[in-house]
Write a protein that binds this ligand. Structure first.
Ligand code: C2O
Ligand code: CU
Ligand code: CU
Length: 571
């Protein structure tokens, strides 16, 4: 007995020593249901093995945030508490939802404020994510580590024989690279010197000897990763940004750009006791792809440029009960949008700032020859339009172009149909840099349905956060052409009761048929305490956590979009 214990201990020690260069990869906690509490805060974590902890931003934990599981068709409510010392926003990347719930740069959450968006999940089963989107602060806040995965389940995906045991045979992989100062702190730079997989440096993980699903998110500030395995094995791409592909696509390399997600299956059946590395084969990348350049010095110099490096060391162990051991042959039947049904083609350009004198810094890249202006609406999209967006890039660098509100289908890249892995639903498309005299032309098609809002726009931008922050972004309104906002103003549109109140307040409108587009509650000093997009008011507003004092409710009427204010007292 004792001997057995010692042998186990010895085996463990040997094992630890062999793997001393690796750290066991962290797996984010999970949340599921329909009500989600997310508290964002400044915190710290031991990321570098020795020395100081790193100051990070985390949601409900030390860094990054929980993986949220939702079901298609459910109404989900988010309770987002900003405990940072800075304003932020939380954007639900890839979700089809009302613009006022989207969490883009217009839905700023001041420090100390709670933001409560909600929506019906209309997206297909796939891997989405959430992250800060505060204009000019996105790079910094993502670098801190704020973000999380959002996994949608639906009946189509659930009916397939796919690995679905989170952290066991269905493994999230959040890819980022970071630069650490001598004191182990993150520096806010486009490229890091160290690969970080799920916030873990030199990550390793034990996987069972069966089919394993990897849900990969490129959450890097700038870098693309050319994924492949050290034994050059074939893996199978099953899902792109917005849903399953029709069938698994066999690959030995897959290039993932900033903001993109891909789900792959790797068959480890019969390989118990062996190891394999998931790597970024970035030495194979062209110089116009982020991570393919090698800068010896200057602001873009980094230790991972144009080389191959490890993402995750996999130790293949034993099988679980009821393992998946084969790759399915078919997944779903995607009904793609038909170009013949497009109402309009919009022509966008991407270019380098050089040649646009006067207004731009030397490094900026621009869309439609202008920098982002938060007060300028670039496009008005009529509700229910099917549109082709044609992007012509003369930039020498490649840019992952992302659009909010919709998932789209790529029609062509330089005239050719997309590769099978890109032929499903996407919300990011890579627009290559140009190498010769010919511009890159990418065309996609999308339908802008369900959510019209004359006040809050949706964004489109390069998902390299540095470029986005520098102004490589635009915005569009989806408008319902048949609804005309009335100009008629009412002096005070509502009253609040009970007043004084202690745990709940109710809103009574002056006119029948009124409803609230937005409610913002501020305290006597004008600080925002609570933000409620399109609040459901029938059960009142919970103010039980408010301290005693005077507050103001600013209510924007849904029809007129007029905002009026009314005071109330909490005692
Ligand atoms: Cu993931 Cu507008 O962003
Ligand atoms: Cu987005
Ligand atoms: Cu870019």
């Amino acid at each position: 007995m004792i001997l057995k214990k010692i042998t186990t201990l010895l085996a463990l020690l040997i094992c630890l020593q062999v793997n001393a260069q690796y750290n066991t990869m962290w797996i984010p906690d999970t949340l599921s249901g329909t009500n989600f509490n997310l508290a964002i805060r400044d915190t710290f974590a031991q990321i570098v093995n020795t020395g100081n902890q790193t100051i990070t931003g985390g949601i409900n934990g030390k860094f990054w945030g929980p993986t949220i599981f939702v079901n298609k068709g459910d109404v989900v409510h988010m309770n987002v508490q900003n405990n940072l010392n800075d304003s932020t926003t939380i954007h639900w990347h890839g979700m089809h939802l009302p613009a006022v719930m989207d969490g883009g740069p217009h839905q700023v959450i001041p420090p100390g404020t709670v933001w409560q968006p909600y929506w019906t999940v209309k997206n297909n089963a796939a891997t989405y994510w959430y992250h800060p989107h505060l204009h000019e602060m996105t790079e910094e806040q993502i670098t801190k580590g704020i973000g999380g995965l959002l996994i949608v389940r639906d009946s189509v995906e659930s009916a397939l024989a796919l690995p679905r045991k989170y952290g066991i045979d269905d493994i999230p992989l959040v890819l980022q690279d970071r630069d650490f100062t001598a004191l182990n702190q993150f520096s806010v730079v486009p490229y890091g010197d160290s690969m970080m997989t799920n916030m873990t440096l030199r990550a390793q993980y034990n996987v069972p000897a069966q089919v394993v699903r990897l849900r990969v998110l490129n959450a890097a500030i700038e870098r693309s990763y050319n994924l492949g395995f050290s034994d050059n094995r074939t893996f199978y791409v099953i899902a792109s940004d917005g849903g399953l592909l029709d069938a698994p696509v066999a690959k030995t390399k897959y290039l993932i750009h900033a903001g993109e997600r891909v789900e792959i299956l790797v068959n480890c059946t019969g390989q118990s006791g062996t190891t394999v590395d998931l790597k970024a084969y970035n030495s194979q990348l062209a110089g116009f792809i982020a991570g393919g350049e090698s800068f010896p010095n200057g602001p873009f110099a980094n230790a991972l440029g144009h080389i191959d490096f490890n993402i995750l060391h996999l130790n293949i162990g034993t099988q679980t009960a009821n393992p998946i051991t084969t790759i399915p042959t078919a997944l779903t039947t995607n009904v793609l949008l038909n170009a013949a049904n497009a109402n309009v083609t919009r022509y966008l350009t991407i270019s380098d700032s050089a040649g646009v004198p006067g207004i731009l810094g030397p490094n900026a890249f621009i869309i439609n020859h202008r920098l982002f202006d938060i007060n300028y609406i670039d496009y008005n999209v009529p509700l229910d339009n099917t549109e082709i967006w044609q992007i012509t890039s003369s930039s020498v660098f490649g840019h992952p172009f992302h659009i909010h509100d919709v998932e789209f289908n790529i029609i062509s890249i330089n005239g050719a149909p997309p590769d099978a892995t890109q032929a499903g639903w996407k919300d990011v498309v890579f627009v290559k840099g140009k190498t010769g005299p010919t511009n890159t032309v990418v065309k996609f098609i999308a339908k802008f349905e369900d959510f019209a809002d004359p006040m809050h726009p949706f964004m489109y931008h390069c998902h390299i956060s540095l470029h986005e922050d520098e102004g490589m972004m635009g915005q569009f309104i989806v408008a319902n052409p048949t609804s005309i906002a009335s100009n008629h103003t009412t002096e005070s549109q509502f009253s609040i009761y009970p007043n004084p109140a202690h745990d709940k307040i109710f809103v009574k409108f002056k006119e029948a048929g009124q409803s609230a587009y937005y409610i913002r509650i501020t305290d006597a000093l004008g600080r925002t305490i609570l933000m409620l997009p399109k609040p459901e008011l029938q059960n009142g507003i919970d103010i039980s956590h408010f301290s005693k004092g005077l507050y103001f409710m600013q209510l924007t009427d849904d029809k007129s979009k007029q905002t009026t204010s009314s005071p109330f007292v909490v005692e």
